[in-house]
Design a protein around this ligand. Sequence first.
Ligand code: XMP
Length: 523
Amino acid sequence: MSTKNFSKQKKKIIIIDFGSQVTKLIARRIRELKIYCEIINLKNFKKITNFKDVKGIILSGGPSTVTKKTYPSISKSIFEKNIPILGICYGLQLIAKVFGGRIKKSPKKREFGEAILFEKSKSLLFKNFFNKKKTSVWMSHQDAVIKIPKSFENLASTNSSRYTAIQNKNKNIYGIQFHPEVTHTKNGFIVIKNFVLNICKIKKNWMIGIEKNRIISDLKKKIKNDRVICALSGGVDSSVVALLVNKAIKKNLKCIMVDTGLLRKNEFKQTYELFKNKYKLNIKLINSKKIFYNKLKNVVDPEKKRKIIGNLFIKIFEKEAKKFKNVKYLAQGTLYPDIIESRSSTGSKSSKIKSHHNVGGLPKKMRLKLIEPLNELFKDEVRKLGKSLDLDPSILKKHPFPGPGLAIRIVGKITEEKIKILQNADEIFINSLIQNNLYNNIWQAYAALLPVKTVGVMGDTRTFEYTCVLRAVTSEDGMTAAKYNFNNEYLSQISNKIINGVSGINRVVYDITSKPPSTIELE
Ligand code: XMP
């Protein structure tokens, strides 16, 4: 078993991923309870031999069906280990199947979206969950349990589905058809809390301070006297990685900052000065603007732009890395969701919308060994970790910024002139959000430039200039997003400020589309 998938030293809850879209949310909810948990796919779960520190197991939902001849399953012996088990959706059906119940694909019993759940028997799992014996839950299933296994009792039903929650109290095995991990299930968090704290009885063991010390001490042990390089972009993830490695090994860390010429105005310089002066990091600057601009000349296709930038970055980084003698490790900011996504249990891939890349996403084929100190953390946990490392608020609270930078915010051909125009407009917009105390209410905001010139009039003179798009969205994770509701007065003010302050722009528009159907970035 790779230690990357299963860390042996911590008491934990294990979530076996059967391929549900929302498995990650189960982990989020458990971490919110300050309990350490890991998501594991079936293949890796089957390799676990020592269950000493496994205090509970959750079987996630998934697209499979136990009504077929073959289906993903776990051995019955797992249920004999005295470890509390909770099955959610497919997990419930699997438990019912393993213990001799019957499950049927039934168009009449299928439920998608909200359903009203009625309490049938009391259970510790549902302590404080129902209000007057009913509550609203979120469902997404076609198969339903139609015969409950002998050793189980029914806890709750909906109008369509009789066995919506079952338990075997003696063995501490529970199954629920609804999804407690999604916020649409009214008191879903209470179910997870009851399972984890009251049934599994695991003690709170996940705190950012403890995590920080553990990560730093692991880094020290691993790196010893070897040398490490790190690509520092000034985003939260790479900044936190650099500070962690620096705390662990100090003088043997070399950070590389590549100026692609596609960052926001002054961002490269400010990041460099901050890390050089405040954190005393050892940084090598590489000015690659010209190469990037040359390669991007006349390129219009968004995917081509992304590929050119990604490949060029890797090439430059590899070339520079080779100049450092005796470097053994490359540190990068891979997060936990990146790892989960790249090892889907079903092997199915969602359709590609954009080739995302990140300066942290360097190739594994480099001869260097990887160090990924954030690979057990979610984004908001990385921010907490950054705060505990005294990471400057200017970086800690920074909106997400895409790896390809301004290149994907200049629709169509990229020129140095357009980059300057956009940098100026973006600076005015972002500064005004900060001054008006709006920046921290918005998940992501930026200015973009359209390749359209339109006619305007300024001081009795005709102008023929570019259109600037402002985008500001609220979101939880970037997967979906909604426009931020500015008041009209603010929109008029910012439009004036940009047109008066940036020559080259004579029209400002506000993008009001949500994601989906749009995406957050324009390309
Ligand atoms: P979209 O445009 O796909 O963006 O709705 C969702 C979020 O991802 C960011 N984004 C990227 N981040 N490398 C990144 O690191 C990329 O190539 C990339 N493309 C988009 C985007 O800014 C938004 O926060």
